[in-house]
Every structure is written in C-alpha cells, then in structure tokens.
Write a protein that binds this ligand. Structure first.
Ligand SMILES: Cc1cc2nc3c(=O)[nH]c(=O)nc-3n(C[C@H](O)[C@H](O)[C@H](O)COP(=O)(O)O)c2cc1C
Length: 150
C-alpha cells in the first residue's frame, strides 16, 4: 500500500531530486511513498493516499511540462476528492518577482476545486537562498506527515 503519492513537476531536475530525497526519507521512516514523475489523473483517482505536490515553477509562474497534462485534466474533470489531504512544496526563484513560486498556487487552486484539504503551509524554496532544496524540504515533510495522522 502507498501511504503518500508525490506529484512531481520539474524542468531541470531539482524538484525531481527533491522528491526522490523525500521518498527516501519517508520510506526510511516507515512510510511508503511513490514518486510520480509523469502523473496522470488515474494515479490519484485510483486510491485515496495523501498527495504531496513537489514542483518547480517555469515560464512566468507556470507548471512544468511533465506536470501540465495532469493539471489540465484535473481542472477540466475536477474529480472530487472531499477531505483528501495534500501538501505543496514549490521551487522557484524570487528574482522572478510576481510569479515567484506560481506553480504551487496553481496546483493549490486546482486541488481546492476538487474539495481536497490542504495540510500545512506551502513550502516555497527560493533558488536564490539555496542550491540544496532537500535541506529545506525534509524537515518540512517530517512535520507535514506528522499532521496527516496516517
Ligand atoms: C525559463 C525559466 C523560467 C522560470 N520561471 C520562474 C517563475 O516564473 N517563477 C519562479 O518562482 N521561478 C521561476 N524559475 C526558477 C525555477 O523554478 C527554479 O530555478 C527551480 O529551482 C528549478 O527547478 P527544476 O530544476 O526542478 O526545474 C524559472 C526558471 C527558468 C530557467
């Protein structure tokens, strides 16, 4: 059984590496995490595991190409997920100004429209602050899973 499904959006691999580090840490802590590098809607409608979005931001506040088909289908089909817990980790770069970490906001809005329930505050990781996003992500994730009661 998968306890946590990680939906990845990444252009250059930073968010993917972060997701893999999260999986390793969660598995070591006794959970079972699945990293979805090219998620499709079926990946979330086929079970009820908590969802962790781990995406970077591209373009002008946009969602990376590998996560975009999932996002578009989610918005178009709005499969209802009442109360389903989700969390958001988003990589960005504050030098982009208004679009800083915009992909996280888009994913959050879409998940809210399915009636899913956000757990914890979004973690925004700024490329200007760190080249090692997993160092910020892992403590955040440990706190996040503790709030899930699974
Ligand atoms: C072409 C391009 C566009 C970007 N646009 C944004 C943006 O609009 N907002 C933002 O916060 N970061 C933006 N970024 C920064 C990336 O999100 C950031 O560098 C991130 O760490 C990349 O993660 P990845 O390796 O998983 O793709 C952009 C980066 C590039 C190269």
């Amino acid at each position: 059984m998968t306890d946590i499904r990680i939906l990845v959006g990444s252009v250059y691999g930073g968010a993917l590496m972060t997701a893999r580090a999260i999986k390793q840490a969660l598995d070591a802590d006794g959970y079972s995490a699945l990293v979805l590098e090219n998620p499709v809607l079926d990946d979330i409608t086929s079970d009820a595991a908590p969802l962790l979005v781990c995406t970077s931001t591209t373009g002008q506040g946009d969602i990376p190409g590998n996560l975009l088909p999932f996002y578009v289908d989610l918005r178009e089909q709005l499969p209802q997920q009442p109360g389903r817990p989700f969390g958001i980790i988003v990589l960005g770069d504050s030098s982009y100004g208004d679009t800083f970490c915009g992909a996280g906001e888009l994913m959050e809005e879409a998940l809210y429209e399915t009636a899913a329930r956000k757990v914890g505050e979004t973690l925004c990781i700024d490329a200007l602050d760190t080249q090692e996003p997993e160092n910020e992500a892992l403590p955040w994730v440990r706190k996040w899973v503790s709030m899930l009661s699974i």
